[in-house]
Design a protein around this ligand. Structure first.
Ligand SMILES: NC(=O)c1ccc[n+]([C@@H]2O[C@H](COP(=O)([O-])OP(=O)(O)OC[C@H]3O[C@@H](n4cnc5c(N)ncnc54)[C@H](OP(=O)(O)O)[C@@H]3O)[C@@H](O)[C@H]2O)c1
Length: 238
């Protein structure tokens, strides 16, 4: 690939790219010819995650709005506007019943899942809205449509993240609203499985889990699927 075609390739930023899911999504996007920036809060972890993929590692606390604004400035200066934002910052907190849904767990989930999504999507919304193939995606949970007392904190925060994405989709629809143009989408999984998990438990089949490689392929496919078929949709993966 020439430097000219590289520089014209879509630019995708992965928010929270240090996990196995981040590695798989970055690898799939790079393999598809996209320019990929992968962001984590810890330099060592994000560099280790980016190294095997060819993505560019960046360090930022995505829960800090000032840090995210500075990140956006440096991305625009060094790479240009982004075409894609794939938000992967998650985390899990739960308990055996409603009484176990602690305020500390709520605060953790709210910061990790929702504050990072609000910060990153506000910082890069204008880029995505202006891109002919702009894409924003989060990975939510199928538990949102089947809440239980033991996961009330988690599903409430994830439901809020899904609603935030629907708000973005409404904005993108009014900005462009056609076959081509930008789109925001929710990908929902029961759980993720990665090669290390399979190696640690070779006897398990992980029924209903989504392999992180399949998540990566799904994310790549978002960029070649018409916006009219994607914007505002909730796609359940298995
Ligand atoms: N794993 C599952 O079974 C499952 C099930 C349903 C939905 N999901 C969703 O799928 C997505 C990916 O899941 P995952 O388990 O890979 O997520 P994760 O490990 O919780 O988060 C991905 C990465 O985000 C980074 N991160 C956390 N806080 C950050 C911050 N303030 N600023 C920058 N980076 C931050 C972490 O790396 P650093 O600490 O190094 O920054 C972490 O490795 C999430 O949205 C999750 O909710 C996962």
């Amino acid at each position: 690939m020439t430097s000219t075609s590289l520089s014209s390739a879509p630019l995708v930023l992965i928010a929270g790219g240090s996990s196995a899911a981040g590695v798989a999504v970055a690898a799939a996007l790079v393999q598809a010819g996209q320019r990929v920036l992968t962001v984590g809060s810890d330099a060592g972890r994000i560099q280790a995650a980016a190294a095997p993929t060819g993505a560019t590692p960046l360090v930022c606390d995505l829960a800090d709005p000032d840090a995210v604004a500075a990140l956006a400035d440096s991305v625009h200066r060094d790479f240009g506007p982004v075409d894609g934002l794939i938000h992967l910052v998650g985390g899990w907190r739960g308990g055996k019943d409603l009484a176990a849904q602690s305020d500390a767990d709520w605060d953790f989930l709210h910061t990790s899942v929702l504050t990072t999504l609000r910060n990153t999507s506000r910082a890069f919304y204008a880029d995505i809205a202006a891109s002919p193939a702009g894409r924003l995606a989060i990975v939510s949970s199928t538990a949102v449509s089947a809440p239980t007392p033991g996961n009330a904190n988690y599903v409430a925060v994830k439901a809020a993240a899904e609603a935030w994405v629907q708000a973005i989709a409404a904005g993108l629809a009014s900005a462009a609203g056609g076959e081509t143009g930008p789109a925001a989408v929710v990908l929902a999984v029961k759980a993720l499985v990665d090669p290390a998990m399979r190696a640690a438990s070779p006897e398990r089949s992980f029924p209903g889990f989504t392999d992180v490689a399949d998540l990566g392929h799904t994310v790549v496919g978002l960029f070649s699927t018409p916006a009219s078929a994607l914007n505002g949709s909730r796609i359940v993966l298995s």
